[in-house]
Design a protein around this ligand. Structure first.
Ligand code: PHE
Length: 342
């Protein structure tokens, strides 16, 4: 009788355990069959009714059933854990073949595209690229560049100063880089120094309080104004194409003698006159000249042995010519519809 009960428990329990497919379900099966109030315990409680001979036989049979169920539960537990891990790996698998979300990539600003071309041309001619401070001492921006006290460009209405004594300022030109080069290098010197400059200008089609210049300087024996013109014309033709027309006008800068400005024929109207060139037919792109003997002397370079030339070009204007941009403000506004065209 009891033997049959035990057999029935073993059969139904093993069957249930074999079909069980969740850890929680397995636990409730364990409680159902092996728990304190479980079916096996219930049968064991009837042991008292048995004869002393039957008792050990039944006890052994019950123990067998117990250990059979325990080991079935153990192996089911292992089976379920493995299945769970399998499922998890399947759920969390990354399909590396799924196309990614497209990222909108920006592009280089046209002014920097033009600068890259300019740098390449000068590097090809043996120039070294220099970088220097935007917060500058007026000593380098003016004194060492032969701008006497009271020179109009020193005025507070033109220049951003940091202190009452007008000693520290935002550089108003890249020309102080000429001095830094002469202070740290020995002739022959060939340098190109692009960077930001600052002036108290109102914003219009050709002006902004922050803009970019590219300073260039050569110092060597026997350097002349013809080298300056030849170099600049070569650069302009490489940048804008053969036959681009330039003109050199006499000008004045404290740190060059003689001095000039260079214009290129307006890219918009071809010289007829239009709003881009303010009706002039020409666009001024740089100031230049032969480095003043006083500047060489102040930098410890003997003007009897060495001579040099220098220029400072307006990078925005060079880029406008290079990409036929009509209004300077487009360069600073960073309207995506504009930037996407390059
Ligand atoms: N620094 C001058 C300017 O900003 C340009 C210049 C540079 C002129 C070098 C002569 C030599 O206008």
């Amino acid at each position: 009788m009891m033997k049959q009960q035990l057999e029935a428990i073993r059969k139904s329990a093993l069957d249930a355990i074999a079909h069980c497919d969740a850890t929680e379900e397995l636990e409730s099966l364990r409680i159902k069959y092996l728990g304190k109030k479980g079916e096996l315990t219930a049968v064991l409680k009837q042991m008292g009714k048995l004869s002393p001979e039957e008792r050990p036989v039944m006890g052994q049979a019950a123990n067998e059933v117990r250990s059979a169920l325990e080991s079935a539960i153990d192996s089911a537990r292992v089976r379920l854990a493995a299945a769970k891990l399998e499922q998890q790996l399947r759920d969390e698998a990354v399909d590396v073949t799924i196309p990614g979300k497209p990222v909108r990539i920006g592009r280089k600003h046209p002014m920097y595209l033009a600068l890259d071309e300019i740098k390449d041309i000068f590097v090809g001619m043996g120039f070294t690229i220099l970088d220097g401070p935007e917060v500058e001492l007026s000593y380098y921006n003016f004194d060492r560049l032969n701008a006497e006290e009271g020179h109009p460009s020193r005025d507070w209405s033109d220049t951003f100063y940091f202190d009452e004594d007008s000693r520290v300022m935002l550089r108003s030109q890249t020309s102080p880089m000429q001095i830094h080069a002469m202070d740290t290098m020995k002739p022959p010197i060939r340098i190109l120094a692009p960077g930001r400059v600052y002036r108290k200008d109102e914003v219009d089609a050709t002006h902004s309080p922050m803009f970019h210049q590219v300073e260039g300087m050569v110092i060597d024996k026997g350097v002349t104004m013809a080298d300056l013109k030849g170099t600049l014309n070569t650069v302009i033709e490489k940048l804008y194409g053969k036959g681009t027309v330039t003109r050199f006008r006499p000008h004045h800068f404290p740190f060059t003698e003689p001095s000039c400005e260079m214009d290129i024929q307006c890219h918009k109207c071809g010289g007829k006159g239009c709003p881009t060139c303010k009706g002039e037919g020409w666009i001024e792109v740089l100031g230049a000249g032969m480095v003043h003997p006083k500047v060489l002397e102040m930098s410890g370079i003997d003007p009897e042995i060495y001579s040099g030339w220098a220029f400072g070009m307006g990078l925005e204007r060079m880029a406008m010519g290079r990409f036929k941009i009509a209004d300077l403000r487009l360069i600073f506004e960073n309207d995506v519809r504009f930037l996407e065209q390059f």
